[in-house]
Design a protein around this ligand. Structure first.
Ligand code: CO
Length: 138
């Protein structure tokens, strides 16, 4: 059994500042801005833009010392994670762990999108931080 990933739900991009990044993706690239959101518990300032069936998630730090500012210090701006939509996140996490995949979150939490999400370890995903998301209607 597989995790049954269906599509790329969104692409997470780490940016130093949200406004100039929105100015590029919305005004120059032409993607509609869906929403912006502050997530103080994660030290994140987030924006979602629509690119067809996929979203672009811009992740900026709210303050120094947050997880995303550590990423930016180490790696600079760029692709942070890829998120795949799965029909049943608990089942996916179970199947992946049975298959020897290292998961960062054994239990899903509610992500910026308002849906259950969980991350897989880049060591098991060819160097890419992979997020799984179950897009349930609220
Ligand atoms: Co994400």
């Amino acid at each position: 059994m597989s995790a049954e990933a269906k599509r790329i739900q969104h692409l997470g991009i780490a940016v130093r500042e949200l406004e100039p990044a929105i100015a590029f993706y919305r005004d120059q690239l032409g993607l509609p801005l869906v929403e912006t959101k502050e997530m103080p518990d994660r030290g994140l300032n987030v924006a979602f833009l629509r690119a067809g069936e996929t979203l672009v998630e811009l992740l900026a730090p709210l303050h120094e010392g947050s997880e995303i500012s550590k990423f930016l210090d180490k790696r600079g701006e760029g692709i942070h994670h890829i998120c795949f939509d799965v029909p049943d996140i608990l089942k996916s996490l179970d199947e992946l762990q049975k298959g020897g995949v290292r998961v960062i979150n054994k239990e899903p939490s509610i992500g910026a999108e308002g849906y259950p999400v969980a991350f897989l370890h880049p060591k098991s995903c060819n160097g890419v931080l992979v997020e799984l998301l179950e897009e349930r209607s609220p």
